[in-house]
Structure formats: structure tokens, C-alpha cells
Design a protein around this ligand. Structure first.
Ligand code: ADP
Ligand code: MG
Length: 200
């Protein structure tokens, strides 16, 4: 969560510019505010189990971010936290399971499918890469790096898409030719996860 906070803070203007092109220009400030609140909430707690920390993070996002991305990532993190249950630590298969639950949470709430030009276009290939790496028993840092690269490619792939969900869908064909802000921040979140895993 700390790494995500740094990443969205650093890329806040870029995310806001992307959202200004096809939305309302608040995506960078939404995530920067939300993850600053998440870090603040986590700092106020004694040692939390990973699952509990994720649930608190999700609740905090929902209560501090007004835009679509708050409830969507809020639901994702709460689902991931529930998937981890009472575990004291987690390995790559458990991380893959948690991220699958996160994606399910986003799709249950927002009803987007791949190709709709949303978070789902970056998160789906990332989750697939995590599961494939877990099944292959590959090294965790490399797998999370591959998942982040898959999310970056997924975000790039949103450029030619026409938005079918969220604010950008109001633009119809005019949403074509722009990179989706939510898919872009999803790739930042996966890179932050990679740094956190690499730091151990
Ligand atoms: P808002 O659109 O309410 O201003 P943000 O600007 O924070 O919220 O987030 C916009 C991003 O949210 C979009 O770029 C898109 O990726 C994502 N998004 C919007 N609706 C959905 C949805 N139904 N499912 C998945 N992601 C969505
Ligand atoms: Mg917006």
C-alpha cells in the first residue's frame, strides 16, 4: 500500500491528464487522496494480518474516493483480503487467488468485461500472469514483474478501444485513441506490488 501510495502520488498529474481527455480529470487526485488515507489508516494500527490490512485498505478507499475508482478498488481490496482470511503470510498461489478475487470484485460491481476500456483490461492479463506463474512454480518476483508488464501492455491496448463503461463511454467514438486512466493506474499498482515483493 505504501508503494502504491508513492506511485500514484508521483504519477498523479499524468493520471489526471489522461482522465481530462476522456473523463473529468480527477483520477490522479482520487487515487492520491485514497491511498494517502489508506497509508494513514494502516499507520494507525498495530501489526495487522495481510487479509485484515487489505480489508481496512478497501474500506478506506470506499470512504475517501468519490469517483468510480474508489468503490471499484475498494471492493477489489476487500475481496482480496477476504480471500487471504486469517493467514499470517502468503505465497504466490495465495497472491494469485487474492488477485483473482480482486478482479471478480471489480467485475461484480462494475460489470465491465475485457475490451470495455477499463481497469479490467489491465487487471485481467496481470491476474492470468500471476496464476500461470504460480502454476509453473516460478520465482515470485519474476512472476509479479511479468504480471506488471502484462498490465502495462493491457493498458496500452486500451488506446484503440471505444469505452463501454464509466464516464468515458459518454464520449462514444471520441473515446477512441486515448489510453484509459484506470487501466494505466492499474499497471502502476502492479509495478508497486512488484517493488514491495522485491523488497521482501
Ligand atoms: P470517475 O470516472 O467517477 O471520475 P475515476 O476518474 O477515478 O472515476 O476513474 C475512472 C476510471 O475508472 C476509468 O478510467 C476506468 O478505468 C474505471 N472504470 C470506470 N467504470 C468502470 C467499470 N464499470 N468497471 C471497471 N472500471 C471502471
Ligand atoms: Mg474521473
Amino acid at each position: 500500500m505504501r508503494e502504491v501510495h508513492f506511485a500514484v502520488q508521483a504519477e498523479r498529474e499524468y493520471l489526471t491528464q489522461l482522465d481530462a481527455a476522456i473523463g473529468d480529470g480527477d483520477h490522479g487526485t482520487n487515487l492520491a487522496r485514497g491511498f494517502a488515507a489508506v497509508v494513514g489508516a494502516l499507520d494507525g494500527q498495530d501489526e495487522l494480518l495481510p487479509g485484515k490490512a487489505l480489508i481496512l485498505s478497501g474500506k478506506t478507499l470506499v470512504s475517501t474516493v468519490g469517483g468510480a475508482s474508489g468503490p471499484l478498488w475498494g471492493s477489489a481490496l476487500r475481496r482480496a483480503g477476504r480471500a487471504m482470511g486469517e493467514a499470517v503470510e502468503f505465497d504466490l498461489p495465495a497472491l494469485a487467488t487474492a488477485m483473482e478475487a480482486a478482479l471478480d470484485g471489480i467485475q461484480d460491481l462494475g460489470a465491465a468485461v475485457p475490451g470495455d476500456k477499463t481497469i479490467v483490461d489491465a487487471l485481467t492479463p496481470a491476474v492470468q500472469a500471476l496464476r500461470a506463474g504460480a502454476d509453473a512454480n516460478a520465482a515470485v518476483v519474476e512472476v509479479v514483474g511479468a504480471a506488471a508488464a502484462a498490465a502495462e501492455q493491457g493498458a496500452l491496448d486500451t488506446v484503440p478501444m471505444q469505452a463501454r463503461k464509466g464516464r468515458a463511454s459518454y464520449l462514444g467514438e471520441r473515446s477512441i485513441g486515448h489510453k484509459d486512466p484506470g487501466a494505466t493506474s492499474t499497471a502502476l499498482i502492479l509495478r508497486a506490488l512488484e517493488r514491495a515483493v522485491a523488497a521482501g
